[in-house]
Design a binder for this molecule. Structure first.
Ligand code: COA
Ligand code: MG
Length: 304
């Protein structure tokens, strides 16, 4: 079963766009429902000021209770990080309302994901629901040690379905005044963080999710960044504004042509099961290409 990894492929494939919504804004939460995002990330962390944390917990829980039976978008909550002193109160407020998942910010290693998983088990037992049903996403490059621990996520928790990265907190952590150079290109540390996220997610067999594009009126810039992310192995992208969702969904939905091509590769291997390498349409494909083709087809099927 592990040889093919089909289970992981299915589970990590149900997302293209993840929209952050400040948890203290009932109005934006309602708007997020109609945005077309695959996942709403109800935020209790950076977009909520200290004096609004308690209000945000209540608004988030009420929203979850009102909408948890909706099939789409899936509702996740970004809690405050495990060192903030706020995470337990966040979980106590939202877990009885059964979010589909929790986004852990400032994760320092797979151990943080394991710690969160144990906490979730306690809340699931209290709520009388199946242990393990609450999924986990983690932001792994918001601290220096977190970035350097990108390889620590395999076996952290079965709940883990994706890893993402962030430039804002890492800039602050390392003392960089900006994450991009004068041409708009991420500087080395941030390109490293981005690459480590792709590798860390691949090692853990979960989805790699690209970070936010903060210029939310620049559709062309967003589309370009989405295409680069998709090319480099990301399966999805974080969003901060509803206008970004159609652009992200389009780029991360495999095209008819891409699905057809992937199917041709799968069919060719199926016709010759012992082959290590085959030719399709004048190009060579070996076993890693087969896995990539299967992933793409699974991703397309989960969207359809
Ligand atoms: N989720 C849901 N609705 C949103 C939204 C979001 N992330 N961002 C904007 N909207 C709504 C606005 O409320 C507005 O609704 P209205 O037309 O009913 O008034 C509409 O979309 C258009 O918004 P706009 O006027 O273009 O932007 P804004 O000035 O209201 O908001 C931001 C700009 C950046 C403050 C807002 O997009 C936002 O809060 N983003 C999320 C920030 C966040 O969560 N950050 C943490 C992760 S980095
Ligand atoms: Mg942050």
């Amino acid at each position: 079963m592990h040889a093919t990894g089909h289970d992981e492929i299915e589970e990590c494939s149900l997302m293209r766009s993840l929209l952050f919504v400040p948890g203290d804004s009932a109005k934006k939460l309602e708007k997020g429902l109609a945005s077309g995002a695959d996942i709403l990330l109800i935020d209790l962390e950076d977009s909520v000021s200290a004096d609004r944390k308690e209000a945000a917990r209540k608004i988030a829980a009420d929203f979850l209770l009102a909408h948890r039976d909706h099939a789409s978008p899936r509702l996740f909550v970004r809690i405050n990080d495990l060192a903030s002193g706020l995470a337990d109160a966040d979980l106590a407020a939202v877990m009885p309302a059964l979010p589909e998942g929790i986004l852990l910010p400032k994760s320092n290693s797979g151990k943080d994901v394991t710690r969160l998983s144990v906490k979730l088990s306690v809340h699931e037992a209290r709520a009388g629901v199946t242990e393990g049903q609450t999924q986990i996403l983690a932001l792994i490059t918001e601290t220096a040690v977190g970035t350097l621990s990108a390889a620590s996520y395999p076996d952290a928790s079965k709940r883990l379905i994706g890893l993402s990265w962030g430039a804002e907190d890492l800039s602050a952590a390392i003392g960089a005044s900006t994450a991009r150079d004068e041409n708009g290109r991420y500087t080395d540390v941030f390109r490293l963080a981005r690459a480590l996220t792709i590798l860390g997610a691949s090692a853990a067999e979960v989805a790699a999710i690209d970070t936010v594009y903060i210029n939310y009126r620049d559709d062309a810039g967003l589309a370009q960044e989405c295409r680069q992310a998709e090319r480099d192995g990301f399966a999805a992208k974080l969003a901060i504004h509803p206008a970004q969702i159609p652009i992200i969904n389009e780029v991360f939905t495999p095209s008819v042509e891409a699905v057809r091509h992937a199917q041709a590769i799968v069919d060719a291997f199926a016709a010759d099961p012992t082959a290590g390498v085959i030719g399709v349409e004048g190009q060579m494909f070996d076993r890693p290409h087969l896995r990539r083709a299967e992933r793409l087809i699974a991703r397309a099927a989960s969207i359809a």
